[in-house]
Structure formats: C-alpha cells, structure tokens
Design a protein around this ligand. Structure first.
Ligand code: AKG
Ligand code: FE2
Length: 299
C-alpha cells in the first residue's frame, strides 16, 4: 500500500496552496513521516493484539494516529468500534443518535450561527470542546470522502507551543496557567479554563481562537493569546497532510491542536467526528498531555 500520496502536490488554487507547499517543507513535515503514524488494519472492531500495541505506541509517541481500514459498506461500524479503546462517546449539539457529528459543507455560508465544521471554510487551529466543562480526551475524524483540492488536516503540538513560550516569553507562559479564558460556543456551552493546566506532572492544553465563538481573554494574557494564535496558525509550525477515504485520524485532544484548510464550494468532502472521554479498560495504556523538557519554576 502506498501512503506517500497522503502528501500531494497542491495545485494552484484559491486556497493559499503556495503556503501549504512551503509548509510541507516546514520542520514538522520533515520530522514526521506519514507512514510512521499510519496503522493499517482490516476492521477496527477486529484489531489484533499486536495492532493494539502499535496503536497505543504511536498515539503516545506522536499524540495522534491515522488508522486505515479496508473499504467497507458500513464505515460507521469501524468508527464506533473505537469506543472499546477510548471510552464513552461524548455528545455535541450536532451529534446524531450514535454521537457522530457530520463534518461536511452543509450550509455553504459562514454566519454567526454556523459551525465551521459544517462549512468549507478553513478551521483555525483548536482543541475540541473548549467550551465544555470536561472536554473530550480523544477526538476522532473519519474520512469518507476527501476533497480533491484543499481540505488539508493540520496538527500543532502543545508541547512545541509550551517550549516556544518558555524560551521566548517565560513570564507570559506563567500567566497562562493562572488566568483562565472563558469560551462560549454555538451550542451555548460555556467554560472557564486556563490554556495550560498541570495534572500529576503532565501538562494539558486547551485552545480556541475563532471569530465564531465568544472568547473572553483576561488582559494579563491578551498578548500571550495573540502569540499562541500566530504560532499555531503559521504553517511552518504545523504538520500538514490529507486524510484519505477509509482513514480515521485520532487525536489526543489534550496534547495537540488541529485544524483544516478550506476547500472549494463545489467539492464534496465528508468526514464524521466522534468525541471520547478516554475512560476505558485500555485507559492505562494512554498518557494524556505531555511532560515538558523545560520546566517553569512555579507552574
Ligand atoms: O474538517 C476537518 O478536517 C476538521 C474538523 C474539526 O476540527 C472539527 O469538526 O472539530
Ligand atoms: Fe476540531
């Protein structure tokens, strides 16, 4: 199976393709080979023990994994089978009966009531459920139909944001632990939480900067918030790839931010999204958050 075509040469289009071509030469696309993070299985529900072992190994090391399964008439079965590893499905205001949220261009517009995931617009870098009191630990995105142009997945490491801040803005970083941000989403959920929190020696990140949701940022961290926003939306700090049909991207939502580039109006792109609480009989295999190399004096 050839996986190299996950990173395709982007054609000239309206979707800032030049930037993305440049980004593919950026540091994270140099560091990570898409084949290292892709696990091929026959059916998700029938994953073998050695595949399970690899799944957790890749997820703990890279904080995300792409599972590629054999073409199936029932893609949702493959998707819902993830619950065994990642726990209960957490619902969203757009969830169907199984908890699945459609990520496709349903509205062809972007107004203040439309979720970005229901449009073809770019989705700026974020963690999911940042307005939830208890955000999902695991986010899974299943690709049924990729777009031909645009619609690239982007990932940024929370640990790299942390290291960047500790090196360049240590005082600002300190303030991020103690000055919570309040986010209210379109489903009218509100949560107040610090961008970085420390839990049992590990650091967890939550971040969203999106004009569609209401975000209250304390004055003390307004500058740091902008620094993070610039850092994460710089393609040079992202890992960029195209999710293919029959692939599921699984993210540690406490360690990495994700986003996606826009895609043309006339393209059909169809993904499904699920959120998991991370509490399963396999939970002891999962290590959420990251242990930074450099430490703050009083985190
Ligand atoms: O469309 C994508 O690839 C990502 C969508 C997303 O991040 C979301 O729905 O939360
Ligand atoms: Fe998301």
């Amino acid at each position: 199976m050839i996986l190299e075509d996950n990173i395709q040469t982007v054609q000239e289009d309206d979707f800032k393709s030049d930037l993305y071509v440049q980004a593919m030469l950026g540091k994270n696309n140099d560091k990570i080979d898409i084949r290292q993070v892709t696990l091929q299985v026959s059916k998700v529900a029938e994953i073998s023990e050695s595949e399970q072992h690899k799944l957790f190994e890749i997820l703990n090391k890279f904080k995300f994994i792409i599972i590629q399964y054999e073409d199936s008439l029932h893609p949702q079965e493959n998707f819902l089978a993830l619950s065994k590893f990642f726990g209960l499905v957490k619902r969203h205001h757009r969830s169907d009966n199984n908890g699945i949220v459609a990520v496709e261009n349903l509205y062809k517009s972007l107004d203040t009531k439309t979720s970005r995931s229901a449009t073809n617009r770019m989705h700026p870098m974020h963690t999911d459920g940042s307005a939830d009191i208890d955000p999902p630990k695991i986010v899974a995105l299943q690709c049924e139909i990729p777009s031909q142009n645009g619609g690239f997945s982007q990932i940024v490491y929370g640990e790299e944001i942390y290291e960047y801040l500790i090196k360049n803005y240590p005082e600002e970083l300190q303030n991020l632990f103690t000055n919570p941000v309040t986010i209210k989403n379109l489903g009218n959920k509100t949560d107040t939480r610090a961008i970085f929190i420390e839990k049992q020696g590990r650091i967890l990140i939550t971040f969203k900067a999106d004009s569609l949701v209401s975000i209250e940022i304390p004055d003390k961290i307004k500058n740091a918030f902008q620094i993070i926003k610039n850092y994460v939306n710089d393609p040079n700090n992202q890992f960029i790839f195209k999710l293919k049909a029959n692939q599921i991207l699984i993210l540690d939502n406490t360690s990495v931010l994700h986003g996606r580039t826009s895609f043309p109006d006339n393209e059909v792109r169809k993904l499904n999204r699920l959120w998991f609480d991370g509490i399963s009989e396999y939970a002891h295999h999962l290590q959420f958050g990251f242990v930074p190399k450099s430490k703050l004096l009083n985190p």
